[in-house]
Design a protein around this ligand. Structure first.
Ligand SMILES: Cc1cc2nc3c(=O)[nH]c(=O)nc-3n(C[C@H](O)[C@H](O)[C@H](O)COP(=O)(O)O)c2cc1C
Length: 294
């Protein structure tokens, strides 16, 4: 038995080779008898994506102890117009009901997170969820007090610079940072994950759309993300593992209001690349700027 624990049910396997074709790591190959086997060094290359298990038309392939019977069958695809309408109607919600969302919706949201794609199938994300409004209130109070204190005493100059103009509103009890949200999810990512810059954003994008499909409002929260980055000691409150760095923050909860119409966004520049272009003749400085930005 190998680590991959690849088991082929020879009664069911039709030797179609789809599992082999779809394995981007080239971890599986045809054996002498035409059934799929682990390729030489296949275990080392396998990154556990389970494409082989998912694509097998006859459910003949088990791997890592995962049997095809335990997967959900994929039959109905979602209506694209419904999905587009969800995307078009998504808004940043900044006013929430002071209550927990229904527990079954919270469960669904949490369960969904294991399906989000990560670069190289790393799946090393960590999610800190505040799923109780009372805990959120305590967290909110603590952070707000701390920020007001830091600004008043100018102890972290960058925080004063960025939040100074909010101080009066914050002192008056306006929830500038957390927008009255009853819940918050903070995603963190393994510091050495292959796609650490993008994995957290993908996860929260999925989270946002799935939440809004259940009429749960969300708001990306750059302000709290920035604060947690500038004052890393606050991250301890969220039990972020030491191996991880904070990825981003999203607020969520039952919205206080409903939006009745979509926005009318400006067009985004989109070019259709039709013919072979010219390679740019860049100076060293221009190349560096292209790679690292301004
Ligand atoms: C990465 C990112 C960070 C954001 N940070 C905040 C924030 O800290 N506070 C806030 O109220 N809105 C925040 N927003 C919401 C944007 O301001 C919002 O997307 C924009 O105003 C357009 O509104 P819409 O999302 O409803 O279309 C953020 C949005 C994104 C994508």
């Amino acid at each position: 038995m190998t680590e991959m624990n690849l088991i082929i049910d020879k009664e069911k396997c039709v030797k179609c080779g789809l599992c082999i074709k779809d394995c981007s790591a080239k971890s599986i190959e045809f054996g002498e008898d035409g059934f799929p086997v682990v390729a030489q060094n296949g275990e080392k290359r396998c990154f556990k994506c389970q494409h082989c298990l998912s694509i097998c038309p006859t459910g003949a392939l088990s791997i890592f102890g995962k049997n095809p019977e335990n997967s959900n069958s994929i039959e109905n695809s979602i209506n694209p117009d419904d999905l587009l309408s969800l995307i078009q109607s998504r808004r940043s919600v900044r006013h929430y009901k002071h209550e927990n969302i229904a527990p079954e919706k919270m469960e669904k949201l949490k369960n969904m997170l294991k399906y989000v794609p990560t670069g190289c199938n790393n799946h090393g994300l960590h999610f800190s969820v505040i799923d109780d409004v009372e805990v959120m209130d305590k967290f909110r109070e603590k952070i707000n007090k701390r920020v007001i204190n830091v600004i008043s005493n100018n102890t972290v100059k960058l925080v004063t610079k960025k939040f100074g103009h909010y101080i009066d509103a914050m002192k008056n009890g306006e929830d500038i940072l957390f927008r009255t949200a009853p819940h918050m999810v903070v995603v963190s990512v393994e510091k050495n994950a292959p796609c650490k810059d993008i994995d957290p954003t993908i996860a929260l994008s999925y989270f946002e759309l799935y939440a809004q499909s259940m009429e749960i409002g969300t708001c990306w929260c750059g302000l709290v993300y920035w604060l947690l980055t500038m004052m890393p000691e606050l991250q301890g409150l969220l039990e972020i593992p030491e191996t991880h760095k904070i990825g981003y923050v999203m607020l969520f909860g039952n919205p206080e209001n409903k939006y009745t119409r979509t926005p009318q966004p400006k067009d985004v520049p989109i070019v259709s690349v039709k013919k072979e272009g010219k390679e740019l003749n860049l100076t060293f400085i221009q190349k560096v700027k292209r790679i690292f930005g301004k």
